[in-house]
Design a binder for this molecule. Sequence first.
Ligand SMILES: [Fe+2]
Length: 443
Amino acid sequence: MASLEENLEETDEACIRFQADYVKHLIEKTDYPMFDIDGVIQTFHDWEHHKHENIMTFRDKTHRSVMTGTMAPAHHTPWLKAFDDSIDCYVHKNRKSSKPHGADSHVSIRMPFPNIPDGFVEATNEPTWDPSVHLQLEAPAFLKTLTKGAQLCDWSKFPAPTHLEDGNEFPGLAYSAPFRLLSDEGVRAMREIISNNEANTRSFERTPKLLRGLAYRSKFIRDFLYSEEIFDHMEKMARTPMNPHGILMHAAQINFGVGKKNGGSDKPTDAWHLDSVPYVLILLLSDPEEFEGGETKVARYRNPEDGLADIKKGAIPSNFVETLKLPGAGYAMFMQGDKVPHTVMPVTSGLRLSLVNSYMSRDVFEKDQSLYRLSKIQDPSHVHPVEIARHYAWRVQGQLDYLLKENMWGQEDKVLKILDDSSESLKRTHDLITGKIEEEAPY
Ligand SMILES: [Fe+2]
């Protein structure tokens, strides 16, 4: 430890990291139980960044408990103007939450990455992921939010605030404006990996040519998928901690949009749909001179069910639609794709290469509407049952963890609901795998 201290970089981050490593070192030498020290580091970093942002307002920010996963609510009055420190003022006059009747919230640890499944060979001839070389993260110009109940706010600046000006909680991300994500070098490395995997491309119902499973075939892609910098960026848009989706075959799906003039079809690259996963990061890997068409259109609905009904009818009102154009290779947009209907227009000429990463919230009580159907159609039969099982096992584990850690005395109804939901979820997963339950094709 002494030599580490002597060689310590003189940055606040390095000092925080050193202090945490020291605590970790002490815990390992004793029988004191280990806890989420990386979570503590993150909280310290956030707090330190808030201080740089503004030395008068950093106290108004909120943090998540690393012990319970509970996010502290924002206080009703800025610290500078809050002179009443009575319990009554602190607790009872706080803002009303937009969550229905104190819905549960519990942030779980990230799901561990599994072993590489049989039949997937990891490439050895690829560059090492380096965020300082491959990333070029820039803030999106705006965020569009979901619309909950009477809340009509539909846009927000980046980073998303904890509360809107009317005092209600941020209602959740709909989609972001396009923003720069990868550097030119990042795009180059990514395209090289895709071209090395050309032999693994396939064709499926909605997309004529695509490549899946890169998270198992490429360490570079895996490190990109788990990049802390990208998690942090997404969390500033969605205000919920992120995990790659449990179905890891959905990570880094590469879509080849081939133009009609180049032998492709004139159908939309991706017809109007809602995603089968909660969050998607859509990254363009082609430059504008390489293709024509392929814009993303999104439709704004108060209720995703209405969107689904209109998709089925094939009639999305044009005044609901916004067109988003990723300006070039390395640009991305982030959206809650299972709540916002979207389509990708036909590519008229050239090749539009894009990558889609799927994510879910680490809050295990966030509603999960993930579909298994596409995995069953597209992915190897020794892979998809384990992936769906891991996805729901992680959620249930987190929910049971909440039962163990929170104060449950006298809350028999809540305890029973968690037990019921957990066993129902595991039983349903079992039946999805065996085929006793078949999900309906939504369109
Ligand atoms: Fe989609």
